[in-house]
Design a protein around this ligand. Structure first.
Ligand SMILES: CC(C)[C@H](C(=O)O)[C@@H](O)C(=O)O
Ligand code: SF4
Length: 467
C-alpha cells in the first residue's frame, strides 16, 4: 500500500481508533520545560498517579534562565519559581533533567536532537508549539497543552485526530547566501499563517534534501507559524549520519536494526497529498518581515507594502495596524530600515551552523554605532562549547557582539533579555507578534547571516552584497 510519511508515522502509533477518527496515539518521547509543566505535575500529584514510562521523559529549563552569569541564580521571582518548580518536580518524579548549570542544558528543541533523544520514527510531544522542529528527523512531532502534558505523563498516550496532509515541495538550488530560514519565511509568505491550518506539512524536494539537519530543523520549526501543527521531512543519509553516536541513539546491533526501519520513513512514490505547494528555490531571496505576523514578509530588495493597494479590507486593516506598531511608512525600501538591536538565537536558529553563518559575516568587522546591543545566544551548552572550540565566540566578541549562556532569551523575553519600547530588532527567532521581544519592541525576522549583516551595517542589507 502506497503511503505518505505522515500515514506511516500515524499508523505505527495507533493504540486504538474510534469510528469518528478519535485515536489514542502512543507517544515515544516527551520533552518538558518549566513553563507548561507545573500544573501537569500538580494534577498528577493530586490524582496520586505515577509516570507511565519514566525513561520517555526528558526535562530542561530554558525559557526563564538567565543568559549571563548563572552563579548568581535567577533574579526575577516568577522566573525563579518556575525553574525551581521544575527542579523539584524532576527530582520527586526521578526524571532525566538538565538543570540550568548542566553543560547539556539548552533550548528544549535544540537539546532533544542533539542528545539523540529525538529519533526517526518517533512520536515526539512537548508542551510547546515549536515541537514541530523535531519533525525534521522523520518524526510525528507537535506541541501539546498542559492538560495533555499531564495525560502523557500518566498514560504515555495522547488523544488525537489525524490532520489532512500537505506537501511543500521546494526544488532547485538555493542561491548562495540564501538559507533554510529564507525558504520557510518564503513558504509562509506564500501560503500565509493560516495556510497550513488543519494540515500536517511534509517538506520535500531537492532543495530540502540538500539541507543539513540544522537547516531542516529551522524549516520544520516554523511549520507552526504556517498554521500547521506538525512539519516533517523524510529520513535519508543526512538524518542517519546526524543521529549516529549521539548519547540516546541506539548502538551496536540495535543501531543496524533501527537504521533498516528508519530507511522506510519517507513518502512512497505516487502517494497522494490533500494539498501540494510548489516553490522554486532558485527564486528565493533573503527574506525580512516588516509586520507583526510572520506572513508579513518580503525580500531584502523589496519595500514596505502600501495598504492602500490591498483590496481585501481585513488584510488592509491588519497591514495598517502593523505599520503603526512597527513605525514604518509604506514604500520604504527594506534596506533603509535601521535597527537598534540584534538577536541571534532561538530554537529556529541557534545551532552550530547558524552561529557559523553569522560569524562568517561579522568576522573582522564591527557592530554599527547605532546598534546598541547584538546578542548571540547559543541553543545549548554543547553548541556553545563547539562554537568556542571553533573560535566563533572570539569573532563575535571582537565585533562587539555579546556571547551569552544558552536559553530562549530574547526570543520571547521571559528573562532579562528584551527590547525596550520602540526598539527595533533584527532577530533570528520565529515570532514577530506585538510585544513578543518586550513590550513595544519591534521585531524583524531574518536568517542568522542577515541578522549579522544588519548588526554590522546598522540597517537591513542584502548579505550577498556585503561579502
Ligand atoms: C512558553 C511556550 C508555551 C511557548 C510555545 O508554546 O511556543 C513558547 O515557547 C513560544 O515560543 O511562544
Ligand atoms: S526559543 Fe523561542 S520559540 Fe523556541 S521554545 Fe524558546 S521561546 Fe519558544
Amino acid at each position: 500500500m502506497i503511503k505518505t510519511l505522515y500515514d506511516k508515522l500515524w499508523e505505527s502509533h495507533i493504540v486504538r481508533s474510534d469510528d469518528d477518527g478519535t485515536t489514542v496515539l502512543y507517544i515515544d518521547r516527551h520533552l518538558l520545560h518549566e513553563v507548561t509543566s507545573p500544573q501537569a505535575f500538580d494534577g498528577l500529584r493530586a490524582a496520586k498517579r505515577q509516570l507511565w514510562r519514566n525513561s520517555a521523559n526528558l526535562a530542561v529549563a530554558d525559557h526563564n534562565v538567565p543568559t549571563t552569569d548563572r552563579k548568581d541564580g535567577i533574579a526575577d521571582p516568577t522566573s525563579r519559581l518556575q525553574v525551581e518548580t521544575l527542579d523539584a518536580n524532576s527530582k520527586s518524579y526521578g526524571l532525566t533533567y538538565f538543570n540550568m548549570n548542566d553543560k547539556r542544558q539548552g533550548i528544549v528543541h535544540v537539546i532533544g536532537p542533539e542528545q539523540g533523544a529525538t529519533l526517526p520514527g518517533m512520536t515526539v510531544v512537548c508542551g510547546d508549539s515549536h515541537t514541530s522542529t523535531h519533525g525534521a528527523f522523520g518524526c510525528l512531532a507537535h506541541g501539546i497543552g498542559t492538560s495533555e502534558v499531564e495525560h502523557v505523563l500518566a498514560t504515555q498516550t495522547l488523544l488525537a485526530k489525524k490532520s489532512k496532509s500537505m506537501l511543500v515541495q521546494v526544488d532547485g538550488a538555493l542561491p548562495a547566501g540564501v538559507t533554510a530560514k529564507d525558504i520557510v519565511l518564503a513558504v509562509i509568505g506564500k501560503i500565509g499563517t493560516a495556510g497550513g491550518t488543519g494540515y500536517a506539512i511534509e517538506f520535500g524536494g531537492s532543495a530540502i534534501r540538500a539541507l543539513s539537519m540544522e537547516g531542516r530543523m529551522t524549516v520544520c520549526n516554523m511549520a507552526i507559524e504556517a498554521g500547521a501543527r506538525a512539519g516533517m521531512i523524510g529520513v535519508d543519509d543526512t538524518t542517519i549520519n546526524y543521529v549516529k553516536g549521539r548519547p540516546y541513539a541506539p548502538a551496536g546491533p540495535h543501531w543496524d536494526r533501527a537504521v533498516d526501519y528508519w530507511r522506510t520513513l519517507h513518502t512512497d512514490q505516487g502517494a497522494q497529498f490533500d494539498m501540494v505547494v510548489l516553490l522554486d528555490a532558485a527564486t528565493i531571496t533573503p527574506q525580512v518581515t516588516w509586520g507583526t505576523s510572520p506572513e508579513m514578509v518580503t525580500s531584502i530588495d523589496g519595500r514596505v507594502p502600501d495598504p492602500d493597494l490591498e483590496k481585501d479590507a481585513v488584510r488592509r486593516d491588519a497591514m495598517e495596524k502593523a505599520l503603526v506598531y512597527m513605525n514604518l511608512q509604506p514604500n520604504t525600501p527594506i534596506a533603509d530600515i535601521r535597527i537598534d538591536k540584534v538577536f541571534i538565537g532561538s530554537c529556529t536558529n541557534s545551532r552550530i551552523e547558524d552561529l557559523r553563518a553569522a560569524a562568517a559575516v561579522v568576522r573582522g568587522k564591527h557592530r554599527a554605532s547605532n546598534v546598541r546591543l547584538a546578542l548571540v545566544v547559543p541553543g545549548s551548552g554543547l553548541v556553545k562549547d563547539q562554537a568556542e572550540r571553533e573560535g566563533l565566540d572570539k569573532i563575535f566578541k571582537d565585533a562587539g557582539f555579546e556571547w551569552r549562556e544558552p536559553g530562549c532569551s530574547m526570543c520571547l523575553a521571559m528573562n532579562a533579555d528584551r527590547l525596550e519600547p520602540g526598539e527595533r530588532c533584527a532577530s533570528t527567532s520565529n515570532r514577530n507578534f506585538e510585544g513578543r521581544q518586550g513590550q513595544g519592541g519591534r521585531t524583524h525576522l531574518v536568517s542568522p547571516a542577515m541578522a549579522a549583516a544588519a548588526g554590522i551595517t546598522g540597517h537591513f542589507v542584502d548579505v550577498r552584497a556585503l561579502r
